[in-house]
Ligand binder design. Structure first.
Ligand SMILES: [Zn+2]
Length: 211
């Protein structure tokens, strides 16, 4: 079942690896495919060595419906996020620039067009909680605040989307924005707050971006 969707999950996982957002088998990619049904990348597998059938189909209780592999150790947290947010795709990474910014600020503001467009709202930093536990999901939901991304302090990032592409754009552009933020701060720059009307205009333009 869901052969095309499994391929999309794997392609997204390979893309976050190519973009330097994870190393080895770090992070995970998941996709809602039906009522209480989710595709999740397997636990501890190197992405380049995966085939689509390694992607696990799990239910609301994290039971494997289809697949021979053990799902991501964050599966319970991911299912919690799917159950509490109106999203269809979740990407979890250990991207270094955004994670580093979690020590610089409690919120990455709407300061660049990329973060406005791809993350929709400022990105909050959630406090530390251990990985591979439902608490990670609870904090990721609590700190979302209508943004498509949350920084998990001492850990990494979670991004959301109506589909995998939207979650991918949020993760990649957040990383680029975080790098710019860190460089500007290191240079001693002040980053001024922008006019909310102009931010809204920028976001409206993004809706018609692309083909
Ligand atoms: Zn992690």
């Amino acid at each position: 079942m869901f052969e095309r969707e499994k391929r999309q999950v794997l392609d997204t996982a390979l893309e976050i690896k190519r973009c330097g957002l994870v190393s080895l088998s770090g992070g995970n990619v998941s996709l809602r495919v039906g009522e209480g049904q989710y595709l999740v990348t397997p636990s501890g597998m190197i992405y380049e060595e995966m085939v689509p059938d390694d992607v696990c189909l799990i239910d609301d209780d994290c039971r494997v419906i289809e697949g021979e592999r053990k799902p991501s150790s964050d599966a319970s947290a991911l299912v919690y996020m799917f159950q509490h947010l109106p999203v269809n795709a979740i990407i979890h990474t250990h991207q270094p620039w955004a994670t580093a910014c979690g020590f610089l600020t409690d919120e990455l503001p709407d300061f660049l067009v990329t973060i406005m467009d791809a993350c929709k709202n400022p990105v909050k930093v959630a406090p530390f909680t251990p990985s591979s536990a439902i608490g990670m999901g609870e904090l990721a939901v609590e700190y979302t605040d209508d943004s498509l991304a949350v920084i998990l302090k001492h850990h990494g990032v979670v991004t959301y989307g109506k589909d995998l592409e939207e979650a991918l754009f949020a993760a990649v552009y957040l990383e680029e924005s975080a790098k710019t933020f860190a460089i500007a701060k290191a240079m001693g720059a002040e980053i001024p707050a922008l006019d909310p009307e102009l931010i809204a205009k920028e976001k409206a333009g993004w809706e018609t971006y692309g083909q």
